[in-house]
Design a protein around this ligand. Sequence first.
Ligand code: PLP
Length: 488
Amino acid sequence: MTSLSKGHPEIPLLQESSVSGRVAVVLPRLDVEETPVPSDLLRGDLPLPEMDELSVVRHFTLLSQRNFSIDGQFYPLGSCTMKYNPKMNEAAANLPGFRRSHPLAPEADSQGSIALLFQLQSCLSALTGFKAVSLQPAAGAHGELAGVLMIRAYHASRGDAKRVRVLIPDSAHGTNPASCAMAGLTAETIPSDASGGVDLAALEAACSGEAAATVAGLMITNPSTLGLFERNIERIVKVVHDAGGLVYGDGANMNALVGVLKPAELGFDVMHFNLHKTFATPHGGGGPGAGAVGVGAALEDFLVGPVAVRTTEGYSFSVPKHSIGRLKAFHGNFGVLVRAYAYIRTLGADGLRRVAENAVLNANYLRVLVESAYPVAYGEGRRSMHEFVSSGELAPGVHTLDVAKRLIDYGYHPPTIYFPLIVKEALMVEPTETETKKTLDAFAEVLLKIAEEAKSDPDLLKNAPHDTPVGRLDETAAARKPVLRYRC
Ligand SMILES: *Cc1c(COP(=O)(O)O)cnc(C)c1O
């Protein structure tokens, strides 16, 4: 590891810094009787590094600084809404009354926490137009599973066991078909048309004649992962409803719509909201998220539960009549829910609308700045929503992966690449509303510079990154054979 450092302070391995007998902590004097640990539980040889506190602090601080973070750098990762989340939301989640609350505490002692859950459900209902909301799912994909299970339960309750096909546009996130498979339904791909929207003829064919009776529903992302608003959405919803299916909205791209449009009004029957994308909570790196789901009249009784309710005696929990039951222990990722509530209440309706407007403005501003070198794959001349997807080799043999790696040399986290799958050499950029014009201008300048380099010195891109502690990784080996030990 040390030999790979280039222009970065060297971080010695913990084991190398170990000095026998050195300690970082002094334990307090025992105030209970000493009880020996059974010897068969103890290892004689345990080569842990022995270090002083300052060395430990430096070691981990330096390591943490080698990571990209929104607090440090611009992070335009498409479809992820990696926005800056105000620290106030962290402070709210850290209030002792929330932080120390225990899910098994009696309801009478947890009124504030349950009130927060109830209020957040109400805020999300008001923002999205759905009749009821459950906060239980732990992520977007988990919300999808909840939604598809509810759709299945709805058809089953009507004795409609033949409805097993879930139609999914080919631009969808991979979690959509995966959620269908987990729910025991069959995912069926609907192609996109030349403008990037759902191919209406293909959808109609999949929903007509005898095929209509087997349609469980449609899962659709709007705006789509191409960053385009689906202009035929009302027609699409009608085709599916006329066939007897229900419509699932993937709400991961809600940042473009929040405060502007209520998705339930498009006719969606169920939708998840990635609270960790649209409504604060830092994400990436696999931290906790929340995938709240909203439902309309058809699915209200099937809602995943319990959900928070308000009665004359105070706040409590209730299980909807035909609920598909629980999908998560207790009441979801509570800390994430506190952050979302604090975020929504701080911004208010007007502030949330400005979030969407500025997210769309920033994406279009950036898109226009770089369009000459990075043309969009679909929707030329149309307005993008909160993100845009460009496509193409910058020069013969220079790929999107090379652009992404070169961006790291310039101090930027790469955009999403090779997604959506229908775009060859996709580069998917989502700046979010929290970035300044200055940041976008600087990023655009670098993107254009890289486009020049691709022509004048393609190896510069192909061998990038050059200035990082570790050069270009074998990503397959890194995923399949990770080295997780601190000792080599
Ligand atoms: C992020 C995302 C998901 C999945 O959400 P997770 O919270 O990561 O499980 C689903 N669909 C789209 C379009 C997304 O961008």
